[in-house]
Design a binder for this molecule. Structure first.
Ligand code: OXD
Length: 306
């Protein structure tokens, strides 16, 4: 049986080599060179063209190449098989690095110092220690938990909001609509790591911004669909939000005429917060395939009952 790699965004050669090493018993095919469609038992996909996976009659599991699965689940013809999100150490480390970098950048006032430098101004700014600053993390999946742990280690106060309460030492875990208000009230730096679902679409909106402490910062490496762009622009204008770092957008690449590009209070990165690493990513998928074939089930499932 074979694994089909479907992604137009990366050079497949490192992935093919990594899979050949991790699961030598499976043939690796690269879309669109599928060969005999009957051979494909697993798909490993990132932004697959809608309607393509349904042409694989023996497909049993779809593995997402990325942490998010929204681009898979939005396929109206997605085959009714389990879908597994990517969890692997390379991706997690990348997200921790990104979140730490931007939390610290906002906390240590780097955008303000960069402006001062351009004006050749020597002006030390007031600075609170990390243990007087609360970072709020929306979404406590694998990535949220790893970021929370790293932020705690360097001394920030961390609170989290997720679907259900999480038991993590040192973190105030809040859940549900009522507790969202309490969570927002204390989040001076807000990091969104939620999955994009019908419930979380547009969650980063004016109402939410108005519940944050005045002058809060926003970091969104989750999905563009979480954010109401115009509401952010207004919140930046009023000072309710001081600065934002955005890695993801409604349309990617971000259109040339989008106001985020040259907004003085917005940092734009090109959906580059964290990458799945071929070696560790293929190993993670191989481990899942082996467990599945032994009958031990799949982890990190988003859809399906296996
Ligand atoms: C994602 C990823 O899901 O980069 O966006 O993994």
């Amino acid at each position: 049986m074979a694994i089909l790699y479907v992604s137009y965004q990366e050079d497949p050669s490192r992935w093919v080599a990594a899979f050949q090493k991790a699961v030598p018993e499976h043939d690796i095919r690269v879309f669109p060179d599928v060969g005999d469609v009957e051979d494909i038992k697993y798909a490993f996909a990132w932004h697959p063209p809608h309607g393509q996976l349904k042409n694989l009659p023996n497909l049993e599991v779809i593995f997402s190449l990325g942490a998010g699965v929204d681009t898979l689940l939005s396929d109206p013809d997605l085959p009714d098989v389990p879908v597994v999100r990517m969890v692997e150490p390379g991706l997690t480390t990348g997200m921790v690095e990104y979140v730490m970098l931007h939390v610290l950048r906002h906390h240590r006032k780097m955008p303000a110092y960069q402006k001062l430098q351009r004006r050749k101004k020597w002006k030390p700014l007031p600075q609170k220690p990390a243990n007087e600053v609360t970072v709020g993390i929306l979404g406590m999946g694998v990535l949220g938990r790893a970021c929370a742990k790293a932020l705690l280690q360097i001394g920030f106060k961390v609170c989290s909001w997720s679907k259900s309460h999480k038991d993590m030492p040192g973190i105030e875990s809040l859940a549900g609509e009522e507790e969202l208000k309490r969570f927002l009230k204390q989040s001076e730096i807000l990091v969104c790591l939620l999955p994009l679902t019908d419930e979380t679409q547009g969650i980063l909106n004016a109402d939410l911004f108005n519940r944050l402490p005045k002058g809060a910062c926003l970091i969104n490496p989750a999905r563009g669909g979480h954010l109401v762009d115009d509401d952010l622009l207004e919140a930046l204008e009023s000072g309710q939000i001081a600065e934002a770092t955005l890695d993801v957008f409604h349309t990617e690449p971000l259109p040339q005429d989008h106001p985020f590009w040259d907004h003085p209070k917005i940092t734009v990165t090109p959906h580059a917060a964290a990458y799945t690493q071929p070696e560790t990513g293929a190993k993670a998928v191989a481990k899942q395939i082996k467990a599945y074939e032994r009958g031990d089930g799949l982890q990190h499932l988003v859809k399906g009952k296996y």
